[in-house]
Design a protein around this ligand. Structure first.
Ligand SMILES: Cc1cc2nc3c(=O)[nH]c(=O)nc-3n(C[C@H](O)[C@H](O)[C@H](O)COP(=O)(O)OP(=O)(O)OC[C@H]3O[C@@H](n4cnc5c(N)ncnc54)[C@H](O)[C@@H]3O)c2cc1C
Ligand code: FES
Ligand code: FES
Length: 1255
C-alpha cells in the first residue's frame, strides 16, 4: 500500500489516505490529529495568515531544498509528501529570539494571530539566502492580518532583525540586550530532518470516498485519468485556488501534480519558458535573475513589481502560474494578474492533452480555450527589445493581499518617428469577456503616442470601448471605468519623454517608505511596577503557541462538532425541515432545531443588564434576517458538520416584503412607524442671533465587521455536576445565565470559563451567548461533549456588526464659525433588534466637547432586516464624534475659516484644557510648516495631492457593573495567583492588574500570575466592554490588596524589617487567610471622566487611481498616569488602525435579498501591515495631573478609534484639491461617501478625461 510521509517538528507521519478525507487540510491535521494547537485558523481561504507554518521541501527538478511559509489551511495534508513542516511549537531554540523579540516589542495583544506572524518571520529568515533588509521584512507580511495591534510593534520587532535597521525603532527598554540572530550557513543539514527522496514513482492512495494520486510525469497523469475516467478529477498544484473559489463538490480523483517535473522546468531558448507548475515565488526569483543585464527581458522588472502585489507570500510560495491560469479559464471574471501580465507581452501557453499532443495557444485566446482533460505545461514569454514600451498596474482596495479592482497592461511599439506601430492594451476586471481594448489599439496605430491629440482620441475611444459589468460586491462599473482610463493616462505619462512637470507624478506609483513609529510618554519610576512599560504577562506564551483559547483542547472521544444551518431567506417563516440527506452522511449524529431546546429559546435574557429584547438561539418560526441560525448539525468532524449543514433543506413561506437593509430604506418603508424608536431628544436652551451662514447636510457612516481572528466559539464538556462551557466570550455572566435558561440547568450546575479571547472588540459581548447556548443545548441534549466554532462566512453573516449611522443636520453659524443653532437628527441602524443599540448614547457624546446649549438633537434607533447589530469598539462615541467633527469641517468650508480655529471657537469653556493639547500637537506635528509644504506640493503636482487635517475628541467614561478579583498567596514561596471577572482579550488587563497588585503589595511583578476567568471565582461579572474593565478590575485589586495588607499587619508586627516571604510564612503560621476577594460595583461610586485627544493626519491621494497613502499621523491622548504605558500605546495604535479600516477600506455589501456578499477575506478588507501610517507618532498627554480614573490612570481601549475620522477629512481635503485640476469650481461641499474606498473616492473626484494632457 502506498503511503505519503512527512515530518512535523521532526516527528515522522505516514498516511495511507484512509485516515483522512479529501478535504483534510494540513491545518486540520496539525490541530486535530497531531494535537498541536499553536497553529490557528480563521478564514480557511489563505486570507488571514493565522494558520501559517514553515515548510522545507525539495524541488523535484533541481533537488534544491527551499524553506517557505505556507498557509496550512490551503494545503491538503496528502500534498505534504516529503515535506518537513515546522509549527510554532517546533521553532528551534536558536529562533526563539523571534518569539522573544515579538513579545518584548509588545507585538501581541489577543495573540490569536501571533503564531502565524512568528511562523511567517521564521520562514522568511530560514528561507532567505542573504541577510534581510528592512524593506524585505516590511513587505513580507501582507498575508498576516492582525486586528489588535495596528501592526507597528510587530513590524518593529521583525525589522529589528534586518541588517539596515535604524535605531529609532529600538525604543523598547533593554533592547540593547537582545542580539541580532546570526545567519547560520549550514543550518539545513542540522535543522531539517530530510526524508529520503528516493521513490519517485506514482503514488496511489485510497480515501474513504475518493482517490489521491501523486504523479511525477505527464504520462502518470494521463494513465490515472484513463483508468479512473475524467468525469470528476482535480489537479492539485498548490491547492490555493480554493481560497478564491471554494470547492462546491469534492472531486472523485485528485492528482497531485506538484512534482511533475516538466511542469517545474524553466529555461530560456529564444523565449523565457516557465513551467506551469512553477510557484509565483519561483517565477519572481527567475524574473529577478533574468532581468539583470538581459535587455530583451527588461519588462520583467515591471512584472516583478506587479507580482509583489499578487496574493501573499505564503500563497505565492505554493500557488502556481498554471493553477492561476486554470482559474482564469474556468472563471473568466477572475481578475488574474498572471493573465494580464502574460497577455500584455503576448505570451503563449502550452497545453498537453491525453494523447500527449502539445499545443501552443496565444494568451489572449486562452480564456476561451477548452482545457478540460488537459494539462497546462508552460508559458512562453517573448524577448522584447527596449523599443517595446511596457507598463502594468494593479489597483487594490488596500496595499497588499487583495485582488485587483482593475489591473492593466500596456505595451506599445513605436517606430522611428515615435508613431505607434503596435499597441496592446489589456484590462482585467472590466467584464468576463473583455481582455484587450482592440478599438483603442487600432486607433492608436500610426499616431504619435505622446501628443495631447492622440491622448484625447484614445481616451474617447477607450471610454466607449470599456463596458464594465455590474458585479457586486466588486466596485461599481463607473469606478472601474474611471480607473481603467486613469491607468491608460498614467502609462502614457510615465512613458512620455516630455510632459508638463505638474503632470509627471501622475505617471508614477505612490511610493511607500519604510514605516516608522514613535511613542512618547513619561514614566514615573517611583511607582514602578505601576506605570512601568512592561511586556504583557502572556506575551511569550502567545508567541510560542502555548497560549490556549476556548477550543484549543484535545477532544474527548465522543465529542461532536456543531455547525449552524442558516436561513437562506431574509424574511419569512419556517414551514418544514428535511435533514434526511444530511443524516445519511456517515458520522452525522443529529440535527437539532428550536424544538429541541429544553429551556428558553432566548440568548438575551432580561435578568442580565442591557438585554431588553428576546433574541432566539434558533429561529422557531419567524426569520428576521438572511443567515439567521435555524438549526444545528452535530457530526464527528467540523468539516462534516459544515457539509451536512449545507444539505439540510428548509422550506420557508417567504415574505413578499422587500428586505430593508439600511436606514434610508427604513425611513421610506411602508412599516416605517414600527421600525423607528426615539432614543434621544435634546432641546436647545438658547439660540444665537448672529447667523450669517446656514449649512444643511447629511452624513453617513457605514457598519463594520469586528474581524476577530478567533471567530465565535464555544466548547461544552460534561462534568459530574453538569456542564462546563469554555466560551470565547467577553461576557461570562450573560453566557452563564442564557445557557442555563436554554438547557434548563440551574446556574450552579453550569460553569463558564474563559481562558482568553482571541479578539472581541464588542462582537463577543452579547453575541457570544447565541453560540454558547447552541453549544450547551447540543451537548446537553445529545449527552456528548460538543464544540462550535463558526466558520468565517457564518461569523460574518450570523453576527451583527457596528451600527451604521445616518445623520441630517442644519447649522447656522456666524462669520467666525461659531454655532448659533444646530439641529441634528441621527438614525442608528440596529439590525433586527434594539438590543445593544448605540442610538441611546450618541447624543450624550455629541455634546461632550463643544458648547452645546444651542444644539437640538434627535436620535433614533432604526430596525432593519439584518443581524442584530451590536457594540463594536467605541460604539456611539465613534458616530457622535464623527458627526460633530464633520459638522466642524462643514462650517470651516462654508465660512472659509481654518477648521481648527472653527473648532476652537466652539469648544465649551469647561473643556478649555483641550486647547493646550491642540497647541502642543500643532507644534509636535509641525502642523503649520507642513501645511505650507503641502500647499507647495499641491501646486506642483496635478494628479497627486496631499492634505493635512486635525480631529478632536472628548471621550466620556463611566463605570458600571460588578467585577470581582480573587487573590491567593501561597505560603511556601509567597507567589501570588490572581483571578478576576474581566476578560483578557488582548487589552492587557491581566498585566495591568498584576502591576497594580505588585505595586500595592510591594512585591516583584514576577511573583504574580493571572489565570483565566471563570464563573466560580468571578460570578455575576459584567461584560468586558467600554474601555473600563481594566480600571474596574484594578480598583477591585486595590481593595483586595489593601484588605490583604491589613490582614497581614499582625504578622508583620512580629517581624523586624520583614521581607514579603517572611510575612507570608508568619501569616500562614498564624492562620491568617491568604486568599482575599474584592469587588468593584456601583456601591463604589466610581466617578467617570472625559478623555481628551487630538489627531493630525496627512494623506496623499493619486487621482488617476483613487488610491491613498497615509503619510503621517500624530495622535495625542490623555491617558492620565498610564498603568502600563507600553500596553496603552498598543491599545491606542490598535484602536486607531481599526478606525482607519472603518473610514477607508472596510465595506459591507448586501444584495437586495439581504444576503451579505462581503462574507470572506477575498471581499472584506481591514487594513494590513502596509496600510498603516508611514510615520505614526503617538504621544501621551504630558503633565497630566488630574486625579481621576483608577490610580490616576485613564482608559485607552477605545478612544483613539474615534479620532481616526481625521483620515476621512484628509482624504476629502485631497479630493477637493484634485477636483480643481478637473476644472470643478466647488462652492458647495463635495460629497464623499464613507468608507473612503477607491470607489467612493473616484465618485467624489468624478474625473473628467478631457483634463488628461501631457503639455
Ligand atoms: C488569498 C489569495 C489571494 C490571491 N490573490 C491573487 C491576486 O492578487 N492576483 C491573482 O492573479 N491571483 C490571486 N490569487 C490566486 C492565486 O494566484 C491562485 O490561487 C494560484 O495561482 C493557483 O495556483 P495553485 O497551484 O494553487 O492551483 P490549484 O489550487 O492547485 O488549482 C487551481 C485549479 O487549476 C487547475 N490546475 C492547476 N494546475 C494546472 C495545470 N498545470 N494544468 C491544468 N489545470 C491546472 C486545478 O485542477 C484547479 O482546478 C490569490 C489566491 C489566494 C488564496
Ligand atoms: S486560516 Fe489560513 S489563511 Fe486564514
Ligand atoms: S494580537 Fe493580532 S489579532 Fe489580536
Amino acid at each position: 500500500m502506498d503511503k505519503i510521509s512527512f515530518t512535523i517538528n521532526g516527528e515522522r507521519h505516514s498516511l495511507s489516505g484512509t485516515e483522512v478525507s479529501s478535504s483534510t487540510s494540513l491545518n486540520d491535521y496539525i490541530r486535530n490529529y497531531a494535537g498541536l494547537f499553536g497553529t490557528k485558523a480563521m478564514c480557511h481561504e489563505g486570507g488571514c495568515g493565522a494558520c501559517t507554518v514553515t515548510v522545507s521541501q525539495v524541488h523535484p527538478n533541481t533537488k534544491e531544498r527551499r524553506v517557505v511559509a505556507v498557509n496550512s489551511c490551503l494545503v491538503h495534508v496528502l500534498s505534504c509528501h516529503q515535506w518537513d513542516i515546522t509549527t510554532v511549537e517546533g521553532v528551534g531554540a536558536s529562533h526563539r529570539d523571534i518569539q522573544k523579540r515579538l513579545a518584548e516589542f509588545n507585538g501581541t495583544q489577543c495573540g490569536y494571530c501571533t503564531p502565524g506572524w512568528v511562523m511567517s518571520m521564521h520562514s522568511l529568515y530560514e528561507g532567505s539566502e542573504a541577510k534581510l533588509t528592512e524593506r524585505q521584512v516590511e513587505r513580507a507580511f501582507g498575508g498576516n492580518m492582525c486586528r489588535c495591534t495596528g501592526y507597528r510593534p510587530i513590524l518593529d520587532a521583525f525589522k529589528s532583525f534586518a541588517v539596515d535597521v535604524v535605531s529609532s525603532i529600538q525604543d523598547v527598554e533593554d533592547l540593547h540586550k537582545m542580539k541580532c540572530l546570526k545567519k547560520v550557513k549550514d543550518k539545513e543539514e542540522d535543522d531539517w530532518c530530510v526524508i529520503d527522496n528516493t521513490s519517485e514513482s506514482l503514488l496511489s492512495l485510497h480515501l474513504s470516498a475518493s482517490r489521491w494520486y501523486k504523479a511525477y510525469t505527464v504520462q502518470d497523469v494521463y494513465k490515472i485519468l484513463s483508468r479512473e475516467g475524467m468525469d470528476s478529477y482535480r489537479f492539485i498544484a498548490g491547492n490555493t485556488g480554493k481560497g478564491v473559489y471554494p470547492y462546491k463538490t469534492e472531486a472523485r480523483v485528485n492528482i497531485d501534480i506538484s512534482s511533475v517535473t516538466i511542469l517545474r522546468d524553466t529555461y530560456t531558448d529564444e523565449n523565457l519558458v516557465l513551467g506551469a507548475g512553477m510557484t509565483i515565488s519561483e517565477v519572481m526569483a527567475t524574473f529577478q535573475k533574468i532581468r539583470k543585464n538581459n535587455y530583451d527581458f527588461h519588462y520583467l522588472e515591471q512584472f516583478y513589481k506587479h507580482l509583489e502585489l499578487v496574493a501573499t507570500v505564503p500563497v505565492r510560495n505554493i500557488g502556481t502560474i498554471g493553477g492561476n491560469l486554470a482559474l482564469k479559464n474556468s472563471h473568466q471574471e477572475f481578475p488574474s494578474d498572471i493573465f494580464v501580465l502574460l497577455a500584455t507581452v503576448e505570451a503563449t501557453v502550452t497545453i498537453v492533452d491525453s494523447a500527449l499532443k502539445f499545443a501552443e495557444v496565444k494568451m489572449q485566446d486562452f480564456p476561451k480555450t477548452d482545457i478540460k482533460n488537459k494539462l497546462i505545461v508552460n508559458v512562453k514569454l517573448p524577448p522584447l527589445s527596449m523599443s517595446h514600451l511596457i507598463r502594468t498596474y494593479k489597483i487594490m482596495p488596500r496595499a497588499q493581499n487583495a485582488h485587483a479592482i482593475v489591473n492593466a497592461g500596456f505595451h506599445f511599439v513605436l517606430d522611428s518617428k515615435k508613431e505607434v506601430s503596435s499597441a496592446v492594451l489589456v484590462f482585467g476586471s472590466i467584464n468576463e469577456h473583455f481582455i484587450r481594448a482592440k478599438e483603442t489599439e487600432n486607433i492608436l496605430k500610426g499616431k504619435k503616442l505622446f501628443s495631447d491629440e492622440t491622448l484625447q482620441i484614445a481616451m474617447k475611444t477607450l471610454q466607449e470601448e470599456l463596458k464594465p459589468d455590474d458585479r457586486p460586491p466588486e466596485q461599481s462599473p463607473a469606478c472601474r471605468k474611471s480607473i481603467a482610463l486613469g491607468l491608460f493616462y498614467k502609462a502614457i505619462l510615465s512613458l512620455s519623454p516630455t510632459v508638463n512637470p505638474r503632470y509627471r507624478s501622475g505617471g508614477e506609483d505612490i511610493v511607500r517608505e519604510i514605516s516608522r513609529g514613535t511613542q512618547v510618554y513619561d514614566t514615573d519610576k517611583s511607582v514602578w511596577p505601576l506605570n512601568q512599560p512592561v511586556p504583557k504577562l502572556e506575551a511569550l506564551a502567545q508567541c510560542s503557541g502555548e497560549a490556549n483559547y476556548a477550543c484549543d483542547r484535545v477532544p474527548s472521544p465522543r465529542q461532536v462538532h456543531l455547525a449552524f444551518v442558516t436561513s437562506s431567506v431574509c424574511l419569512g417563516e419556517i414551514v418544514d425541515f428535511d435533514a434526511s440527506e444530511a443524516m445519511k452522511l456517515s458520522g452525522v449524529v443529529a440535527f437539532l432545531t428550536a424544538k429541541d431546546i429544553p429551556g428558553g429559546n432566548n440568548f438575551t435574557p432580561k435578568d442580565v443588564p442591557w438585554q431588553n429584547y428576546n433574541e432566539e438561539i434558533l429561529a422557531s418560526k419567524t426569520i428576521s434576517y438572511y443567515g439567521q441560525p435555524v438549526g444545528v448539525i452535530a457530526a464527528v468532524t467540523h468539516k462534516l458538520a459544515l457539509k451536512a449543514a449545507g444539505l439540510v433543506k428548509v422550506k420557508y413561506k417567504k415574505s413578499d416584503k422587500k428586505p430593508v437593509l439600511d436606514v434610508k430604506s427604513a425611513l421610506n418603508a411602508p412599516d416605517k412607524e414600527k421600525r423607528i424608536r426615539e432614543d434621544a431628544n435634546v432641546k436647545a436652551t438658547e439660540r444665537g442671533s448672529d447667523t450669517t451662514h446656514v449649512i444643511k447636510g447629511t452624513f453617513s457612516m457605514g457598519d463594520q465587521y469586528h474581524y476577530t481572528m478567533e471567530t465565535q466559539s464555544c466548547m461544552a464538556t460534561h462534568t459530574t455536576r453538569g456542564l462546563k462551557l469554555r466560551s470565547a466570550t467577553q461576557w461570562m455572566d450573560l453566557v452563564h445565565v442564557a445557557a442555563a435558561h436554554a438547557t434548563g440547568l440551574p446556574l450552579h450546575r453550569l460553569e463558564v470559563e474563559v481562558p482568553r479571547v482571541g479578539g472581541g472588540y464588542g462582537g463577543k459581548a452579547s453575541r457570544s451567548a447565541q453560540i454558547a447556548c447552541a453549544c450547551a443545548v447540543a451537548a446537553h441534549t445529545l449527552k456528548r461533549d460538543a464544540v462550535l466554532v463558526l466558520p468565517l462566512s457564518d461569523n460574518m453573516e450570523i453576527v451583527g456588526k457596528r451600527q451604521a449611522c445616518y445623520t441630517e443636520f442644519e447649522v447656522g453659524v456666524n462669520d467666525d464659525g461659531v454655532i448659533q443653532y444646530l439641529e441634528v437628527v441621527y438614525y442608528s441602524d440596529c439590525g433586527c433588534s434594539y438590543n445593544d443599540t448605540a442610538g441611546l448614547d450618541i447624543a450624550g457624546v455629541m455634546t461632550n466637547l463643544y458648547s452645546s446649549k444651542r444644539w437640538t438633537i434627535k436620535g433614533y434607533s432604526v430596525l432593519t432586516d439584518k443581524a442584530s447589530n451590536t457594540w463594536c469598539r467605541a460604539p456611539a462615541t465613534t458616530e457622535a464624534t464623527a458627526i460633530v467633527e464633520h459638522i466642524m469641517e462643514r462650517i470651516a468650508h462654508a465660512t472659509k475659516k481654518d477648521s481648527i480655529d472653527v473648532r476652537i471657537s466652539n469648544i465649551a469653556p469647561e473643556n478649555n484644557a483641550i486647547k493646550d493639547i491642540i497647541d502642543t500637537l500643532k507644534i509636535d506635528s509641525k502642523f503649520d510648516e507642513r501645511k505650507a509644504q503641502i500647499e507647495k506640493f499641491n501646486s506642483e503636482n496635478a494628479w497627486v495631492k496631499r492634505s493635512l487635517k486635525m480631529s478632536l475628541m472628548s471621550f466620556p467614561i463611566s463605570y458600571s457593573g460588578n467585577f470581582a478579583v480573587t487573590i491567593s498567596v501561597y505560603h511556601a514561596d509567597g507567589t501570588i495567583l490572581m483571578s478576576h471577572g474581566g476578560i483578557e482579550m488582548g487589552q492587557g488587563i491581566n498585566t495591568k492588574v498584576a502591576q497594580v497588585c505588585a505595586y500595592i503589595l510591594n512585591v516583584p511583578l514576577e511573583m504574580i500570575t493571572v489565570r483565566g476567568s471563570d464563573s466560580f471565582t468571578s460570578p455575576n461579572a459584567m461584560a468586558s466592554n467600554g474601555s473600563i474593565t481594566s480600571e474596574s478590575v484594578a480598583f477591585a485589586t486595590v481593595k483586595a490588596c489593601k484588605e490583604l495588607l491589613e490582614r497581614l499587619e499582625p504578622a508583620k508586627a512580629e517581624l523586624y524589617e520583614p521581607k514579603w516571604i517572611d510575612v507570608i510564612k508568619k501569616a500562614y503560621d498564624k492562620g491568617i487567610n491568604l486568599q482575599v476577594n474584592a469587588m468593584t460595583s456601583s456601591l463604589d461610586h466610581l466617578v467617570g471622566y472625559s478623555i481628551y485627544g487630538a489627531c493630525v493626519a496627512e494623506v496623499e491621494l493619486h487621482a488617476l487611481e483613487g488610491t491613498t497613502q497615509l503619510l503621517r499621523v500624530d495622535l495625542v491622548q490623555d491617558t492620565g498616569r498610564s498603568m502600563s504605558p507600553a500596553l496603552d500605546v498598543g491599545q491606542i495604535e490598535g484602536a486607531f488602525i481599526m478606525g482607519l479600516g472603518l473610514w477607508t477600506s472596510e465595506r459591507l455589501v448586501y444584495d437586495p435579498s439581504g444576503k451579505l456578499l462581503t462574507n470572506n477575506t477575498w471581499t472584506y478588507k481591514p487594513p494590513g501591515a502596509n496600510d498603516i501610517p508611514v510615520d505614526f507618532r503617538v504621544y501621551f498627554r504630558r503633565n497630566e495631573s488630574a486625579n481621576v480614573g483608577v490610580l490616576r490612570s485613564k482608559a485607552t481601549g477605545e478612544p483613539a478609534l474615534v479620532l481616526s475620522v481625521v483620515v476621512a477629512f484628509a482624504i476629502h481635503g485631497a479630493i477637493t484639491e484634485i477636483r480643481k485640476e478637473f476644472g470643478y469650481n466647488d462652492i458647495d461641499w463635495v460629497p464623499l461617501d464613507t468608507p473612503c474606498t477607491v470607489e467612493h473616492i473616484m465618485k467624489a473626484i468624478s474625473p473628467n478625461v478631457e483634463s488628461y494632457k501631457l503639455k
